[in-house]
Write a protein that binds this ligand. Structure first.
Ligand code: KG4
Ligand code: ZN
Length: 413
């Protein structure tokens, strides 16, 4: 592979290799153009945007279909596909934007959290671009980028509450500024997208042609829309006695497996066959996830109210990450409007992983007066937490969430 006359595959960066940043003067009020690179999981994303959030060029090379075949993201295959795609993604994005690297002011790249080998491909390529074009690097936290993406399309002031729901994460955070996050709660086991992908596989949704190429969560959403009996299967409300903002999805996954096994034996299901109640099972499971998300988010709003963390007259909740694409789940979360909250989500292509949110986070950082410094591979951190952990403060607040809202809106029994 060649890029700007350099052979990228031959470039080796050691852990302490340093990309020295020449003196750059960024003005927080001037127009900047940032190129963003995202390779934290299984999407190779690149985008170029300007200070007003205009997308000048974007490329997203998804590996979803490949990983569907393997029953989940395979880290080594993800790395190889990123390696094959990264140069193409950047080149194509520059071409679409009709720009060259000399027009770019900075390179924003995801450095944490994510799959180590995937992160390395994006970061090494960013270092290579930085070295060859003498442009500074802005390191980006993937989950912060998900939370801030909504500010690209909606007028949302700090502070706001963010519920981030994806294939790798589930967390509630108070966003006080571009670089200022408080962590209220997170999942104790699986992420909602992860369990949706797993149960979709277990239910063999891929054998239904219209779902065969879709992410598990999207397949479950479409099947649930066809349900004629949404209450056929019952699911527990996870952690309902635990007064914190954490999440747990593994019990729901086990409950689904039990329902499925019962029905499979009742109908003598064999091989590739699918139970006739598949749509109802998807609807029940999706409802269970929505109820759990609403329950924990309601406590987070109450916690913020007690501590005056959110302005009384302007309480905003951002829902982002791949699972936020789910319209049913989002509509359930909209029930929190009755607590005086405005609920936002980015458009679907900004909810799932992409390069735009990374470039936008770079723009947001520059607007705060952030100055890029020298950069090394040590910035990579696959398991980086998000923000300051105040989960215990939530426990100490001992907030009881009344089930009325869940009952009314989600038929909680
Ligand atoms: O944010 P994302 O693109 O990647 C991660 O950072 O994980 O999220 C991918 C996840 C997958 O698990 C996928 O099944 C889920 O988002 N997803 C959905 C929908 N579309 C994608 N889940 C529920 N409903 C959808 N419509
Ligand atoms: Zn993500």
């Amino acid at each position: 592979m060649r890029f700007f006359g350099l052979s990228y595959s031959k470039i080796k960066f050691r852990r302490n290799s340093l990309v020295r940043i020449p003196f750059f003067q960024f003005c927080s009020h001037s127009e900047n153009i940032v190129l963003g690179i995202e390779t934290s999981c299984d999407d190779t994303g690149c985008a170029i945007i300007n200070s007003s959030g205009r997308i000048l060029g974007e490329t997203l090379l998804s590996q979803n279909v490949t990983h569907l075949r393997y029953g989940g993201v395979n880290p080594l295959i993800a790395r190889d596909l990123h390696r094959d795609n990264i140069e193409l993604a950047v080149k194509e994005t520059l071409t679409k934007a009709q720009l060259s690297m000399k027009d770019i002011d900075a390179i924003a790249v995801t450095v944490k959290p994510g799959l180590l080998f995937s992160l390395q491909i994006g970061v090494k390529f960013a270092m290579h671009l930085s070295k060859s074009s003498q442009k500074p690097i802005i390191p980006i936290h993937h989950m912060e980028a998900h939370a801030l993406a909504a500010r690209m399309c909606h007028n949302i002031d700090f502070p706001f509450l963010a519920l981030l729901i994806s294939g790798g994460h589930c967390l509630l955070t108070l966003v006080r500024g571009v670089d200022d996050f408080l962590l209220l709660g997170e999942t104790l086991d699986n992420a909602p997208g992860e369990v949706l992908d797993k149960v979709a596989r277990r239910m063999k949704l891929r054998n239904i042609p219209e779902y065969s190429q879709l992410a598990g969560g999207r397949a479950v959403e479409l099947a649930a829309q066809k349900s004629m009996n949404k209450d056929l299967f019952s699911f527990p409300l996870p952690l309902y006695k635990i007064r914190d903002c954490n999440f747990s999805f593994s019990g729901l996954k086990d409950a689904l497996t039990r329902h499925l096994l019962n029905k499979e034996s009742e109908h003598c299901i064999q091989g590739d066959e699918i139970i006739p109640e598949i749509n109802d099972l998807c609807a029940g499971f999706q409802m269970a996830i929505a109820r759990h998300l609403v329950h924990r988010t309601e406590r987070a709003v109450q916690f913020c109210e007690i501590h005056n963390y959110l302005p009384k007259a302007n309480k905003s909740i951002v829902v982002s990450g791949g699972v936020a694409c789910n319209n049913f789940i989002f509509e359930c979360l909209e029930s929190l409007r009755s607590m005086g909250c405005n609920i936002f989500r980015p458009p679907p292509r900004l909810c799932t992983d992409n390069g735009i949110m990374i470039a936008w986070n770079g723009i947001e950082k520059l607007k705060t007066g952030y100055t890029p410094t020298n950069f090394t591979l040590n910035e990579i951190d696959p398991i980086a937490p998000l923000g300051i952990n105040i989960k215990n403060n939530v426990v100490n607040a001992n907030i009881h969430v009344k089930s009325t809202r869940l009952k009314n809106v989600l038929k909680y029994k």
